[in-house]
Ligand binder design. Structure first.
Ligand code: MN
Ligand code: MN
Length: 296
């Protein structure tokens, strides 16, 4: 990996670690979600970086892809909250998540954290992602819970938050071999339910797919803005300003110019915890970019 690329990955990771720690201390029962989301995104920009995707705040049965809408007034309540944060520096991404538990289920939080720790230990050139899946599933079932089977970790590439290879959260027949210079996000999810998630009807996060013809001038204008500001990275409905945004968004969706990231939730309504770090595959093992300096 070229040294300037490595520096950008490290810078993005350090900013994320700092912002994430500050955000953790802000999460509380009576605090509005939108306050924390805006704090996270604003702090990233203040540090001279950009959000790689909207601050995801998914509570309880929601596993991923929720971010407050423009008029969201909900507060955290006594929830199991996942904060999933993305930072990029010149397109080089850091992606990490923590669970802040206000619901009184500390073991469920420990399970995904222990799974992440076990997985990171295995990262080295030549390691097989199937073995990472085994370690994650074993750690979580050791706590008496289930891994969420149909959510996975992933590779990171410049301006691509979801590249290959897939990093499984369960035992798989065949994986892929990691090589030096790969950048991966490992993100185990643990649940006290069935371990299956599905798409909810709500969507707050979208991403640009490609140019297509569209008639509406508002839609054309919005498409231009999205591409300039976010390229192929996910963006929040909350970030868009202007008249008739929801109409323009629906036109872009229908034309296939953007795609949606629907909220993902546990099918039985059970609780879900998550832990995530970004790891660079180095010659001697994994370098975690999203850990605070001096912490283990
Ligand atoms: Mn993430
Ligand atoms: Mn991720």
């Amino acid at each position: 990996m070229e040294s300037d690329v490595l520096e950008n990955y490290r810078k993005a990771g350090m900013i994320l670690a700092k912002v994430c720690q500050e955000a953790r201390s802000k999460v509380d029962v009576d605090v509005p979600l939108i306050e924390v989301a805006e704090f996270v995104e604003g702090s990233i920009r203040k540090e001279g970086a950009e959000p790689a995707f909207p601050c995801n705040i998914s509570r309880d049965r929601m596993a991923a892809h929720y971010t407050p809408g423009p008029k969201d007034e909900s507060t955290f309540g006594e929830s199991m909250t996942k904060l999933d944060i993305g930072v990029h520096v010149d397109g080089y991404i850091a992606d990490a998540a923590i669970t802040v538990d206000l619901s009184g289920h500390p073991e469920l939080v420990e399970a995904s954290q222990a799974a992440l720790d076990a997985a990171i230990e295995l990262v080295t050139p030549g390691a097989n992602t199937a073995d990472i899946g085994v370690a994650i599933e074993r750690a979580i079932t050791g706590y008496g819970f289930k891994p969420v089977a149909n959510l996975t970790g992933h590779g990171l590439e410049r301006y691509s938050a979801h590249a290959g290879p897939i990093i499984p959260n369960k035992v798989l027949d065949r994986g892929t071999t990691l090589k030096e210079g790969d950048v991966i996000a490992i993100e185990p999810f643990a649940t006290n339910g069935s371990g299956r998630i599905s798409e909810a009807s709500q969507t707050e996060i979208f991403g640009f797919s490609g140019h297509r013809p569209v008639r509406s001038p508002q839609a054309r204008e919005l498409s231009k803005e999205i591409q300039e500001k976010y390229k192929t990275l996910p963006f929040a409905r909350r970030w868009l300003v202007g008249e008739r945004i929801d109409y323009a968004l629906s036109q872009l969706l229908r034309a296939g110019i953007i795609h949606s990231y629907p909220v993902l939730w546990e099918v039985e309504g059970a609780l879900v915890s998550q832990a995530e770090h970004t790891v660079i595959v180095r010659e001697n093992g994994g370098e975690v970019t999203t850990r605070l300096q001096g912490s283990i």
